[in-house]
Design a binder for this molecule. Structure first.
Ligand code: ZN
Ligand code: ZN
Length: 158
């Protein structure tokens, strides 16, 4: 399984336009058909060396549907706390309804739930106080097929 982190080269005008500039590949440990990045620290060190902000992350659900698990929600929270525009991309090639999704936690609804949650592993979350869903599909993502980007492979050779 592969987990990728990416950075946006330009964040223009808050939520209107974001450009994918770099993709960072990292080692992932797979368990129960879920994937967890195992060297996030290394990625963040490389990014800060280059003065880049992680603007989101992408991972696969090889045999599951396209959604954010409770673990994914906590990962997304850690990104969205640092950058409110950060997104979680899930690639789910075997989901017949949609093969990928771009998600974010609702703010303040989902962000408040995650901020107060200290559980780990797979667990359920309480409802949001304002009745909104915990996370939503991003409506502010623009696709630009011609953008140049750079892939940095941090995986070890093994
Ligand atoms: Zn997931
Ligand atoms: Zn939780």
């Amino acid at each position: 399984c592969l987990t990728c982190h990416f950075t946006f080269q330009h964040i223009i005008c808050h939520l209107t336009l974001m450009c994918l500039a770099s993709i960072y590949l990292s080692e992932s440990a797979c368990f129960q058909m879920q994937c967890q990045a195992s060297n996030e620290e290394e990625i963040h060190a490389v990014l800060s060396e280059q003065s880049l902000y992680p603007a989101g992350w992408i991972h696969t659900h090889p045999s599951q549907t396209c959604f954010l698990s409770s673990i994914d929600l906590h990962t997304q929270f850690s990104y969205q706390v640092m950058l409110p525009e950060a997104v979680a991309i899930v690639a789910a090639p075997t989901d017949p309804t949609r093969s990928y999704g771009i998600f974010r936690l609702t703010d303040p609804g989902g962000m408040d739930v995650l901020r107060e949650c200290s559980e780990s592993g797979f667990h359920t979350h309480r409802e949001t106080t304002d009745g909104s869903p915990i996370y939503e599909t991003c409506s502010n993502v623009h696709f630009k097929p011609n953008l140049r980007f750079e892939i940095v492979d941090l995986r070890s050779g093994a």
